[in-house]
Design a protein around this ligand. Structure first.
Ligand code: PEP
Ligand code: MG
Length: 555
């Protein structure tokens, strides 16, 4: 048995087989072949398998996001049937006498470049689809996709690192736990694991890549409480973990009794306790944990799980479904927040020296207004199906907010002119830069609400990259500077008569709930798994007994 230490992202215990996650091999070697017909037959087999995979993905997507969201897989199937493409691959194999992988990759590149060079925006957008289908074919021909997807048994996923776009696309029902070498507690991959409610460790010292590779298929256990990862655990350790698991389940059961109860302090102060989600699949966890609403829907994951810009209709269907599912419970959808660690290959961005401080979130939306307008149209239109609020991320100035509101007004006017119905919904901003917190008195005049993003507010206030796990020992989320900025923001919001919430990870930290309530926060939005523990904390609290603990603001 070997024991490795990591940093715990989410509690709970998991035992199972390890699957080492490998980034798919993108480099394709050109090989001369003796018998082109054999390669052509391999290509046709791969085509057939790709069609089957796409049919499966289409069915799954219809169930999860509806027909319109699933249509991309239909488009991919049609492309695979297109004779221009398939004839071109076959010709290449025959004339150049090369392997099927190389022919598929080279033809895919040619077609994608051809689409990219077209003037029509729609046709340009098809380049990403061509790349996607050619990667699917390559995955099948090289066996890479089979390696990643083989077996139905749920596994403990071990990886060097996981990008948010990779995490969000995984089939969660087949993952018992995550263990990664890189990643910090505040990274989006960590946040996703928390939202999914599965045991996860980041920053785990797993040795060399060869060492990691050897773990594939072995039995392991993850203790998400203590941050320990056991390779081939021995009998008594397993027994101990089983005990811990029982304890965890018992506590969970106790928390279940809080479902349906109000989130109210003993002295009668009601707090809106909402959930953070990354996609419509998280709705089940929102319902199971009895959240009173959704306080942060990170809409960028709709973009990150695709290989093309989601169309207005695709987005509209997703927002509509989320709003209808939540019925009369409020839903706050944040507009696209990409950049920094969340990169989209199809939104052409220049490489940046320092992306966390670069062109991200609202800055991208304001510099690429077409993308922004499409999302706003979808949001305003979907607004008629429930209680929607729109929230803008990474604000630093009053001018930005005025620019955003002007665009929003134009979008609404356009919808009216086109005879499309929409709802005139609340619009708020995230307070997640020190600049926004400091001028929150001015910003409060421009918007309907604030939501404090403590993840970014902490990284920018402390000048500590939230992605860098080496900074974890220095990173103090209770730093007086952060707490003072939160207090200032709440005070300014209330003075101007708007409500204010917290949607960063600190909102789910029960040791600070008392402090936030004493400051007067109106709403807390946390990962679904934190709803019931925070409800318990609030229901046991009596604010008449509590004054803000000033010592926190000085030490
Ligand atoms: C935050 O910064 O606190 C936040 C909620 O947004 P994200 O974690 O997605 O950057
Ligand atoms: Mg943020």
């Amino acid at each position: 048995m070997q024991v490795y230490h990591g940093k715990s992202v989410f509690g709970g215990v998991a035992v199972g087989k390890i699957r080492v996650y490998r980034k798919e091999e993108k480099q394709v070697r050109r090989r001369s072949v003796e018998d082109p017909e054999t390669e052509i037959a391999r290509f046709h087999d791969a085509l057939e398998e790709a069609m089957e995979q796409l049919a499966g993905l289409y069915d799954k997507a219809v169930r999860e996001v509806g027909e319109s969201g699933a249509s991309v897989f239909e488009v991919h199937r049609m492309m695979l049937e297109d004779e221009d493409f398939t004839d071109s691959v076959e010709n290449r194999i025959r004339t150049e006498r090369v392997n099927a992988e190389y022919a598929a990759a080279a033809t895919g590149d040619d077609f994608a470049n051809m689409f990219e060079a077209m003037d029509d925006e729609y046709m340009k957008g098809r380049a990403a689809d061509i790349r996607d289908i050619s990667e699917r074919l390559l995955g099948i021909l090289t066996g890479a996709s089979r390696r990643q997807e083989a077996g139905d048994e749920p596994v403990i996923l071990v990886a060097e690192d996981l990008a948010p776009s990779e995490t969000v696309q995984m089939d969660k029902s087949r993952i018992l736990a995550f263990v990664t070498v890189r990643g910090s507690l505040n990274s989006h991959t960590a946040i996703l694991a928390r939202t999914m409610g599965i045991p996860a460790l980041v920053g785990t010292e797993l040795g060399s890549p060869e060492n990691m590779e050897k773990m594939d298929g072995k039995t392991a256990a993850v203790d998400g409480r203590s941050g320990l990862f056991y390779l081939e655990p021995e009998g008594d350790v397993l027994k101990e973990l089983e005990e811990k698991r029982k304890e965890y389940l018992e506590k969970k059961e106790l928390l279940e009794t809080l479902k349906g109860k109000e989130t109210v302090t003993r002295d009668g102060r009601y707090i809106r306790l909402y959930a953070n989600i990354g996609n419509s699949r998280d709705l089940a966890a929102v319902m199971q944990n009895d959240a009173a609403g959704i306080g942060l829907f990170r809409s960028e994951f709709i973009y990150l799980e695709r290989d093309h810009l989601p169309t207005e209709d695709e987005q509209y269907q997703i927002y509509k479904m989320v709003l209808q599912t939540m019925a009369d419970r409020p839903v706050i959808i944040r507009t696209l927040d990409i950049g920094a660690d969340k990169q989209c290959s199809f939104i052409n961005m220049e490489e940046e020296e320092n992306p966390a401080m670069g062109l991200r979130a609202i800055r991208i939306c304001l510099s690429k207004p077409d993308i922004f307008r499409t999302q706003l149209r979808a949001l305003f239109r979907a607004g008629i199906f429930g209680k929607l609020s729109i929230m803008y991320p990474m604000i630093t100035s009053v001018e930005e907010v005025r620019q955003i509101r002007k665009i929003a007004e134009e979008v609404k006017r356009e919808l009216t002119e086109q005879g499309l119905s929409y709802a005139d919904v609340e619009q708020g901003i995230m307070i997640e830069t020190p600049a926004a917190a400091v001028i929150s008195d001015l910003l409060a005049e421009e918007v309907d609400f604030f939501s404090i993003g403590t993840n970014d507010l902490s990284q920018y206030t402390l000048a500590m990259d939230r992605q860098n796990s080496a900074l974890d020992p220095f990173f103090d989320p209770r730093h007086p500077a952060i707490l003072r900025l939160i207090e200032l923001t709440i005070k300014n919001a209330h003075e101007k008569g708007i409500w204010v919430g917290i949607c960063g990870e600190l909102g789910g930290d029960a040791s600070l709930t008392e402090t936030f309530l004493a400051m007067g926060v109106d709403e807390l939005s946390v990962s679904p798994g934190r709803i019931l523990p925070i409800r318990k904390t609030i229901r046991e609290m009596d604010l008449r007994m509590i004054l803000t603990d000033r010592s926190l603001f000085t030490s």
